[in-house]
Unconditional design. Sequence first.
Length: 273
Amino acid sequence: MSEGARPHVVVTPDAAALSRAGARLWVDGARAALAARGVFHVALAGGTTPAELHRAVSEESDLDYGWHRTHVWFGDERAVPPADRRSNYRMAKETLLDLVPLSESQVHRMRGEAPDLDAAAADYARALATVVGPASSAMPELDLVWLGLGADGHTASLFPGSPVLGVVDRSVVAVDGGPPESPRRLTLTLPALSAARRVIFVASGAAKAEAVAAVLEPPPGGPSDALPPAARVRPAPGRLLWLLDEAAASRLSRTPRAHPAGFTPGASGTAGA
Ligand code: 6PG
């Protein structure tokens, strides 16, 4: 993998330090976007890992000046109502959205409860195209996309072997094939995720170590479509960062890593600034 294409990998001692480092990366991304375009479009990851990160972000006073120019989007959502305990929106609402000064028009929820998920996907794609833009591109250029990692190498709701991994002309799709407790989902597609100005994966805990190694240190020469979905999120060089705690990084053997203390997010080529 060429140097430029290699993701930045930051490893923190534990999950608490990961959340603090993630909050500083959020500040870095927000500052770059607000300085360059006067608005910050950020997409949240689902699952459980982001909860502590969100709480750390809500306590970042360096963001106070910019919340009124921030738009929050979602990388994926389960096909459940927003108040359902499985809803990614509900998790974000409880850990971040209710804790910071965002108006309703600044939070763009995926309508997982919609009876017609394909229509809900198309509606969300239209909102991304209209609000985020650029109009000249089929894919929205979000300033920062947060992503989690499943133990099977999925990210957002892009699961191994899913036919939507081959979608190249839509930014949002409805999927089936998620885990039994929430099989139907809405998700951003690989090209939509890869169009972002910066993508940050967060993974914590030993249970993710094998998946992290499968993504960051794949066997050489394998076909691209054999890679885990998370390995197929490919923003432009310099725009991909993995934020791990030691436990999640424990199976890495040849990946250079920066410790947060020595890592200056801005120096990582905050792309799109
Ligand atoms: C979802 C997420 C999913 C998540 C991973 C990791 O809706 O479930 O988008 O991609 O990020 O499954 O989940 P945990 O953080 O709970 O381990």
